[in-house]
Design a protein around this ligand. Structure first.
Ligand code: SAM
Ligand code: SF4
Ligand code: SF4
Length: 338
């Protein structure tokens, strides 16, 4: 039987699940404090998918050929008992890989339990090693040392660690080479992420994007690099190896070199909406289907229909249209996960 494909023949392979819309950071490019302030209406707990509901959905997605699951948020480690959810997903036949994206602040506390539960990989976000710049970028919430301790604990717990650094002009482009050197030394893969126009609240401007080319050029001058082939079709980061063969970096270039043609990711928000693109304006309410008593077959049919009708290629279109403004309100990154 041929696998599920969307309108551009892209299979459904990866599932990203946001387990909370809350975060203990207020990164300016994601949840600026003036928008996500003390009065911001985060989801009440009864509106968030519980672990039974998430487990059930993962099983249905696996029956549609999903092999990889990534847990994200908001800050996923704020979700109580997260290792229990990881363990439940780990036990599902057909899940080949479980990963977590986190800001790392609670990783020191949970790394061991997460690893015991079956987590294999963790991506830790860290935008600078410079205390003040990091503090500025995360909305005055977190310290570099806390994140570094989390990274250390994760490595000790045998989790494969990658570091994510969003590069924003005027904020942290001076940290590119320092970060590269530091994580080369630590033998962790560092991935640079071009600043994206996700959501509606970060005041994104094209001139604040530091391009893949600029990032690579900066590093190459100090630490020579050569391109490497992707590990698999649809890998989001373009890989480069250090010429001394001691480590590699990646660049996620969704603005200057988009990769929609191989995008096989579906996303579920904390309240159970299915989104077929990071830049989606609308999702399909799976929680409603579950809570109204629909059976697995009906939910599977709904997901299949959504995927078969999928024609999202936002980043490719953005490039083609040289930034024509969209009328509709996009979903926030903190809502849908990275
Ligand atoms: N809180 C966790 C964290 O920060 O790792 C998980 C959720 S966060 C939304 C997932 C990833 O999206 C992070 O690596 C973050 O840096 C990235 N991100 C958020 N807003 C972004 C933006 N405007 N452009 C590029 N990356 C962004
Ligand atoms: Fe929180 Fe992650 Fe968004 Fe920063 S990027 S505000 S840590 S969800
Ligand atoms: Fe996938 Fe949408 Fe990003 Fe394109 S813009 S790579 S379709 S999530």
């Amino acid at each position: 039987m041929s696998a599920l494909q969307d309108q551009f023949h892209r299979p459904l392979r990866d599932l990203r699940i946001s387990v909370t819309d809350r975060c203990n950071f207020r990164c300016r490019y994601c949840m600026p404090a003036e928008v996500f302030g003390p009065d911001y209406a985060f989801l009440p707990s009864d509106k968030i998918l519980n672990f039974d509901e998430i487990e059930r959905l993962v099983k249905i997605f696996v029956s549609l050929d999903v092999k990889k699951v990534r847990i994200t948020g908001g800050e996923p480690l704020l979700r109580r008992d997260l290792p229990e959810l990881i363990e439940r997903i780990h036990r599902i036949d057909g899940v080949e890989d479980i990963a977590l994206t986190t800001n790392g602040t609670l990783l020191k506390k949970y790394a061991h339990a997460l690893s015991q539960a079956g987590l294999t990989r963790v991506s830790v976000s860290l935008d600078s090693l410079h205390e003040e710049r990091f503090f500025e970028m995360n909305g005055h919430r977190g310290k570099v040392l806390t994140v570094l301790e989390g990274i250390e604990k994760a490595a000790e717990a045998n989790l494969q660690v990658k570091i994510n650094m969003v590069v924003q002009r005027g904020k942290n482009e001076q940290d590119i080479v320092t970060m590269a050197k530091f994580f080369k030394e630590k033998q962790h893969i560092l991935r640079f992420i071009e600043y994206m126009d996700v959501g509606n609240s970060n005041g994104w401007r094209l001139d604040e994007v530091v391009s893949k080319k600029e990032i690579i050029d900066q590093i190459h001058q100090i630490l020579p690099l050569q391109p490497v082939a992707p590990n698999y079709k649809g890998e989001v980061a373009t890989r480069y190896q250090y010429e001394d063969n001691e480590g590699e970096i990646g660049v996620i270039s969704s603005v200057t070199d988009s990769f929609c043609s191989t995008c096989s990711r579906a996303r579920i928000s904390a309240e159970g909406k299915l989104y077929t693109c990071l830049f989606a304006t609308d999702g399909t309410d799976l929680r409603e289907l579950i809570r109204s008593g629909e059976d697995d077959a009906a939910i599977k049919k709904c997901i299949s229909n959504v995927w078969e009708n999928r024609n999202d290629r936002y980043s490719d279109e953005r490039n083609e249209q040289t930034m024509t403004k969209r009328k509709n309100a996009k979903i926030e990154m903190s809502h849908i996960g990275g």
